[in-house]
Design a protein around this ligand. Structure first.
Ligand code: URA
Length: 262
């Protein structure tokens, strides 16, 4: 597929000046490789949720379960999806409309990781479907990745009320689901968008400015991990779109190197 005109259209949509390569062939971005992948390895175990002290009066709301059974090693996509859909490991289950498991090609080389569902995602059950999602789609397409060729997931599977930052205990209880998704997908590269995703994946409180622009690695598989700005931030701060574009090109070049494609 010829990506030049399409990419230019999306760079325009991003509000980024077009990048004119020195030689014409380099302008044409390759088809994203979506190679068949091997089956899943063992899945990390969900930490047991501590028993809560009994409430003095019976709670009128649906109870949050006191103990979450660990994910079975090697759990497949279907059962994992069901576990997420029925999760009551933290209080976010009381306020969500539905869980947001993730979406995309389960054989994708690319895993895109955001923070948590927003209002629209909570309503539709799919990550990045609001305005930030439109921009994310444009960002991905600008490096030759139509949305349906990647897998998109969040650190949290439920919307925090009012879009507040995830609490550490919410992240701790939800992260095993993402780890299981990573174990199943075995992505060749991960792209974390935004501070919350980056900091939680890297277990650091370093600011985003220090995390972007360099190559990180994640987990036992040492998966290459690139950090960039969250599209919602870029909507508020368009002047940083240029830096985001540098990150995206860096991610694309890293993928080309590690996957042996062009
Ligand atoms: N922001 C995120 O980080 N994830 C979504 O799914 C939507 C908005």
């Amino acid at each position: 597929m010829q990506h030049g005109p399409l990419r230019n259209a999306y760079l325009d949509a991003l509000g980024i000046d077009r990048w004119v390569p020195r030689n014409a062939p380099a302008e044409v971005l390759p088809e994203p490789a979506v190679a068949p992948r091997a089956e899943a390895p063992a899945v990390p175990v969900t930490p047991a949720v501590q028993a809560r002290a009994p409430a003095p009066a019976p709670a009128p709301q649906a109870p949050v379960v006191a103990k979450v059974p660990p994910l079975e090693p090697g759990i497949d996509w279907g059962p994992l999806r069901e576990r997420v859909a029925g999760c009551m490991a933290c209080d976010l289950c009381k306020t969500r409309t539905q869980t947001v498991f993730g979406v995309g090609n389960t054989r994708a080389d690319w895993l895109i990781i955001g923070e948590a569902p927003g209002a629209e995602e909570d309503r539709q059950g799919e990550p990045f479907v609001g305005r930030a999602g439109q921009l994310l789609n444009a960002m991905l397409l600008a490096i030759g990745l139509p949305r349906e060729t990647v897998f998109i997931a969040n650190i949290l599977k439920c919307r925090p009320p009012g879009n507040r930052d995830p609490k550490p205990e919410e992240v701790a209880r939800c992260l095993p689901y993402l780890q299981a998704q990573i174990a199943l997908l075995k992505p060749k590269i991960m792209l974390a968008v935004g501070r919350i995703a980056a900091q939680n994946l890297l277990a650091t409180d370093a600011p985003l400015a220090r995390l972007r622009g360099k190559l990180h690695h994640f987990g036992e598989a040492n998966t290459p991990l690139v950090i960039t700005y969250h599209p919602a931030y870029l909507l508020r701060t368009p002047s940083d779109k240029r830096k985001a574009w540098e990150d995206l090109k860096f991610a694309r070049a890293t993928y080309t190197r590690v996957a042996g494609t062009n």
